[in-house]
Design a protein around this ligand. Structure first.
Ligand SMILES: Cc1cc2nc3c(=O)[nH]c(=O)nc-3n(C[C@H](O)[C@H](O)[C@H](O)COP(=O)(O)O)c2cc1C
Length: 382
């Protein structure tokens, strides 16, 4: 696998994706700042009154049933060298009944020969929830709805993720930090596309105010992708063409994942919320659910597992993650995901202080979690 990583280099848009993958696999690209999930503790229940084999980890997403609340979030496609990554992720997603995203499909719009590097996802996961992907920066310049429909059809996607990455664009040597008109374009897509939209960040975190604005436009699902995991500012500053002084940005810039989850749950209580950005274990997923998320998302750990031990390595990672979620459910006495959602975690330190400074109370979070369960039952969810 190491030889494969060394081959990944080159210049220009077509090869940038490969360079990114090589950097994230070879260098330390995670922020030194944590997700703040380290300030969340699940209360141990010494008398759970249930057996571990009774636990139901399933959830619903876009009308399909997931066997566990996990998504491998969008990373790749767009170069022949990486098609195998999408096909391996798809096989594992199908086997374990979890969701997956593909990376930005912009490359396939520019060069139809690259469509196959995305199509392999649906070919290998006929039943899984698969999410298409396009960038907000591309929308700024206007992208016809036919093109959006094309990327959705390419993989028979269950939803479309629109990724927001202004921090990455600002630090990318050849980046395009253009974000005017994106809100208008998102509204157009919500109105005209016949699959749901997820708006996602890419490691610097969504916030409640933006989610509220997008909710008003009809967006019903959000992937917070907060600070605490892969830092795209860091990745860009590690590239050989980067010439500026990034100062404290790579390690510190962004809304920490735990803050972002709580900010969104209290701002858009009925929304579907995916916790990602530095989620590294089943315990992280379980904690995220108790502070308002519906499921957890992984990018870098999935890629690392694949690069080290191939498909088997990824299977093992997902298998362990699901087992850890089950253990956390058993030890909090949660028979199903709604019961886990209602566990009241202990929250302290930095996380509590950040929430206070944002004017968010834990009572508000409890009320929002109850509202989410009721809205799901009434079928009003995103
Ligand atoms: C190699 C790699 C490529 C990525 N490419 C995309 C992309 O094309 N579109 C996107 O929405 N997010 C992309 N992401 C961001 C991830 O989906 C995720 O939001 C972010 O990495 C934080 O999660 P993590 O800390 O688990 O890596 C990429 C991440 C990685 C590691």
């Amino acid at each position: 696998m190491k030889k494969w990583v060394r081959r990944l280099s080159g210049k220009g848009t077509a090869n940038r994706k490969l360079e990114h993958i090589r950097i994230v696999l070879e260098k330390d690209v995670e922020s030194s700042e944590g997700t703040l999930l380290e300030y969340v503790r699940l209360p141990h229940n010494p008398l759970p009154e249930l057996n571990m084999d009774e636990i139901d980890t399933s959830v619903e997403l876009f009308g399909k049933k997931l066997k566990a609340p996990i998504m491998i979030t969008g990373m790749t496609g767009g170069h022949p060298e990486v098609a195998w990554i999408n096909s391996a992720i798809a096989k594992v997603a199908e086997k374990y009944g979890i969701a997956m995203g593909v990376g930005s499909q912009r490359a396939a719009l520019e060069d139809p020969k690259l469509e196959d590097t995305f199509r392999v996802a649906r070919e290998n996961a006929p039943n899984a929830v698969i999410v298409a992907n396009i960038g907000g920066a591309q929308l700024s310049k206007g992208l016809e709805i036919e093109k959006i429909e094309k990327i959705v059809d390419m993989i028979k996607a269950d939803a479309l993720a629109i990724h927001l990455n202004p921090a990455q664009e600002a630090f990318q040597p050849e980046g395009e930090p253009v974000y005017r008109n994106v809100i208008k374009e998102i509204k157009k897509i919500v109105d005209e596309l016949n699959v749901p939209i997820i708006v996602k960040e890419t490691g610097a975190g969504l916030n409640g105010a933006v989610a509220r604005e997008l909710w008003e436009l009809g967006v019903r699902c959000f992937d917070v992708s907060g600070l605490g995991g892969t830092s795209w500012i860091k990745v860009e500053t590690l590239r050989k063409d980067f010439r500026r002084n990034p100062d404290g940005f790579p390690d510190l810039w962004g809304n920490p994942t735990a803050v972002s989850i709580i900010d969104l749950r209290t701002s858009v209580p009925d929304a579907c919320i995916i916790a990602s950005g530095g989620i590294r274990s089943g315990l992280d997923v379980a904690k995220s659910i108790t502070i308002g998320a519906d499921l957890g998302g992984f990018a870098l750990p999935a890629l690392r597992a694949l690069s080290l031990r191939g498909e088997e390595g990824l299977e093992r990672f997902i298998d362990d993650t699901i087992w850890q979620i089950r253990v956390a459910m058993f030890l909090t006495g949660s028979r199903n995901i709604d019961m886990l959602r209602m566990v009241r975690p202990v929250i302290w330190g930095r996380l509590l202080e950040e929430l206070k400074s944002l004017g968010i109370s834990l009572e508000e979070l409890s009320m929002a979690k109850i509202r989410r369960i009721l809205s799901k039952r009434r079928g009003r969810e995103g």
